[in-house]
Every structure is written in structure tokens, then in C-alpha cells.
Design a protein around this ligand. Structure first.
Ligand SMILES: [Zn+2]
Ligand SMILES: [Zn+2]
Length: 434
């Protein structure tokens, strides 16, 4: 639990609640039996593991160690999908700071009949309207035992009829919340999230034909050609290194001191997070801007994380990552789409739509979007039992996922499949550099 002053609950002016869900490691059960830091991975159906090829470090080819498994169900966005997110890392010192030593996997099971329903829906609708930038309702509330009941999020049955979501305001409250004891005392009187036809629109967006979706990302990097999926068995448990200690996860919406998040840094022009900005990623001019804001990005990271220093993860589907640095390749690619480069009020910064500076989904070609990032305190927790002082050296690990939550082609509806997703690792700056 973060060290809040519980007296400030009702003020609203003293604290700003953001759309970012923070995860906290705890040894106590939270009621969410799926999401955890460390430990060993579990699978959606408890038996179907990913291909063993995904279990290995791309540098040394040895099995990886689990850092995070998250229940990623998003009943509002993907009502008929079950989702799991995994982040693995190689424990070998020699693999640190190397591409492929950290890997992200998304597990998905799409309920039978989903494609049929989507097809039926398409014929009902005429040209789908492109969703404009607007504040997103808090999403992810069904995730890992969030305690904030004030957000009005109704974790709907993932298999419920997608058309029924308009009525789900009245749905039962988070089934996990009871285990956490008292409701979050810090919750400001947030109005319940209204589920409107807009949501149906968003749903439609996820099923747009490829040709339409591709129009808006002409200038994003082309996906690498998809390698044929090797079918290797998941390695035996004995071939993995010892797991990190297991922690359950508590979740609370981020609150920040003061009515709004930190000001925009000078000479930043990144608040242009319209659709169009995705085309300018990696542009020369942007590079110069990034270099001139060096260190400010890190400072913002440190300040923001420092307000809730025990957070081990930050979650917001289609939100913005908080960059650790804008000085590395990851930072340069994502800066225009990050919290650090975003503007004023945290409630309205959730406008990143596609083209988030991440490579497209290798499975279906859709844009990837930010979903979760690990914060440095996760290292403290994971390495709590380690005697060696030589531990992990990242500042943050960012996971970007397919915006359509696609499943592998060869996995039929009703079965569990896995897709490798994009991880952006921002390594801790070496002492000599700072
Ligand atoms: Zn390795
Ligand atoms: Zn995809």
C-alpha cells in the first residue's frame, strides 16, 4: 500500500487521480489469483503453454525467468477475449542490456462464435466512424484486484454479449474488491464511467477491415515479416532458473499531489498527439528536440514514480508509458507518445491511439498500443532475497500489445494461443553517464 494521507480523500483538489492503474507487490492474497510478480507462469486454460521458443532468451538461448504475469481481461474492449500478459527476463549477467533478453507474451482465448458475431455486426453498421481523441473512461478496472470502487467500472463477464455493454453500468462491482477489506478511502467522488454507444464504436474499430486501419499508419514502421511459428514444447520446469519470489498484486488508480500533473517542459512540442504525429516518429527535428530535453524526462519519471514510490507497475491500456529516458532508442521512438511529453491534466492525456511509436503487431499488422510497464521498485521486490548486489539493471520495461488483441491464425476460437509482443527496455543509466 502506498503511504497516502488518508485524510485527503474527499478534497479532490489536493490529489488528482489519473487513469493509470498502479500495481503494488504484496505477500497477502488479493483475491486475484492470476496476476503476480515473480513466481512461475500459469496459463489461461491451465494446460496450453506458449511455444517453447518464446521461453528462451534471444541472446543466450537459455530459458527466461518470469517477472510479471497479469490478468489482462478487458471486458469493455474485448468482451469475448480472455487475456494474459507475461514479461520474462534472462537472469544471465552477460545478457543484460541486450536486445532479446527481455520478452513479452500475450496469451489470448477468443470465445467461440466471436468472428461470426463481428461479421453480423459489420453488416448492421455502415462506414464506421473513426474515433476521435477524447478522454478515455478508466479502463482496466477488471484487472488484478483493483480496489478503487469509485471508478464505476463494471467488470463484465468476458463472455457476455458485446451489445449488452450499454447496460453494464448496473453490473455488479468488482468481485475481487471484497477481499481487500475496506474500499479505497482515497477515492474522490468520481462520476461513474458512462458506457455509451461510443464504446460500441470503439469495439467496431477493433474489427475494421485491414485496408481501413492501414490508412492511418502509412508512415509507421512496417512490421517485420512474420517468422513461421515453431512448435516447440514449453521447457520442463526443471530447465528454468529458480523463479523470483512470488508476490500478489494490489492495484489502485494513481493519485498525484496537486490538481494536475507536472507542467509541460519548455521547448517540447509533443503535445501534438493527434493521429498525424505518429508519422513523425524518428524524424530528425524531433531528435533534436529530444536531445535538448535530456534529463528532464528522467526527472519527470523520478518525480512521478516518487509520488507513489512502491509501485511495481503502471497499467493503462492504450495509455502512455512514462519514459525513464529519452536518450535511448526506445525513448526516442516513444517520446512523442509518452506521459513525459504529454500535457497538463492526467485525466485527459489518454489520447494515444495507435501508432504509439512501437512496431506494429507481427501477427496481424495492427498498431501496437501501450499497456503496462514495470517500475524500478519491482526489482527491489523481486531481488529481496538475493544476496548478490548484482541484480537487474533496467529503469523500466514497457510492454506494447496488439491494439486488436488478435489471436494466432492457426489457433481456432475457443482455444488458447500466444503472440509475442513488443517490449521496450530502458536500461538504468550507467553511473558514469549521470
Ligand atoms: Zn540470456
Ligand atoms: Zn495483432
Amino acid at each position: 500500500m502506498p503511504p497516502y494521507d488518508s485524510d485527503s480523500s474527499d478534497e479532490g483538489e489536493d490529489y488528482t487521480e489519473t487513469n493509470v492503474l498502479l500495481g503494488y507487490a504484496t505477500q497477502e492474497e488479493t483475491g486475484d489469483t492470476i496476476s503476480h510478480l515473480g513466481g512461475r507462469p500459469g496459463w489461461i486454460d491451465e494446460k496450453t503453454a506458449p511455444s517453447g521458443a518464446l521461453a528462451k532468451c534471444k541472446v543466450c538461448n537459455d530459458p527466461l525467468t518470469l517477472l510479471l504475469e497479469l490478468n489482462g481481461d478487458l471486458p469493455k474492449n474485448f468482451p469475448s477475449h480472455e487475456r494474459r500478459l507475461y514479461i520474462f527476463s534472462c537472469r544471465r549477467k552477460a545478457c543484460r542490456r541486450k536486445e532479446g533478453s527481455v520478452r513479452g507474451i500475450r496469451g489470448v482465448r477468443v470465445a467461440k462464435g466471436t468472428a461470426e458475431k463481428a461479421a453480423a455486426k459489420k453488416t448492421e453498421k455502415t462506414a464506421p466512424v473513426r474515433e476521435e481523441s477524447k478522454p478515455q473512461p478508466n479502463i482496466g478496472g477488471s484487472l488484478f484486484g483493483v480496489k478503487n470502487e469509485s471508478s464505476g467500472i463494471a467488470p463484465a463477464n468476458p463472455f457476455s454479449n458485446p451489445f449488452s455493454s450499454g447496460a453494464s453500468n448496473a453490473a455488479p462491482s468488482n468481485p475481487f474488491s471484497s477481499s481487500g477489506g475496506a474500499p479505497n478511502p482515497f477515492a474522490p467522488p468520481t462520476p461513474a464511467v458512462k458506457i455509451t454507444p461510443e464504446d460500441a464504436k470503439e469495439d467496431a474499430e477493433t474489427t475494421l477491415p485491414e485496408t481501413f486501419a492501414s490508412k492511418v499508419r502509412l508512415n509507421t514502421p512496417a512490421p517485420e515479416p512474420q517468422a513461421p511459428r515453431p512448435h516447440e514444447p514449453w521447457p520442463a520446469e526443471s530447465s528454468f532458473p529458480a523463479p523470483y519470489p512470488l508476490y500478489h498484486l494490489d492495484a489502485e488508480y494513481e493519485t498525484l499531489e496537486g490538481p494536475s500533473v507536472p507542467e509541460i517542459p519548455e521547448n517540447t512540442r509533443m503535445e501534438i498527439d493527434t493521429e498525424g504525429s505518429s508519422s513523425s516518429v524518428g524524424g530528425k527535428e524531433d531528435k533534436e528536440v529530444f536531445e535538448s530535453t535530456l534529463d528532464k524526462t528522467f526527472q519527470k519519471f523520478a518525480d512521478r514514480v516518487g509520488q507513489n514510490p512502491e509501485q511495481v507497475l503502471r497499467y493503462e491500456f492504450k495509455g502512455k508509458p512514462l519514459l525513464y529516458s529519452d536518450n535511448d532508442a526506445i525513448g526516442k521512438a516513444l517520446a512523442a507518445h509518452s506521459e513525459n511529453g504529454a500535457s497538463s491534466n492526467a485525466k485527459v492525456t489518454t489520447t494515444a491511439r495507435g501508432g504509439a511509436g512501437m512496431p506494429r503487431c507481427r501477427n496481424c499488422g495492427a498498431d501496437r498500443v501501450f499497456e503496462v510497464q514495470l517500475a524500478p521498485h519491482a526489482i527491489t521486490e523481486l531481488e529481496a532475497e538475493e544476496l548478490s548486489i548484482e541484480g537487474m539493471e533496467w529503469g523500466t520495461i514497457i510492454l506494447g500489445v496488439c491494439s486488436k488483441d488478435c489471436k494466432p491464425e492457426d489457433i481456432p476460437e475457443g482455444e488458447v494461443g500466444y503472440v509475442e509482443e513488443w517490449t521496450g527496455v530502458q536500461w538504468e543509466e550507467l553511473a558514469s553517464k549521470r
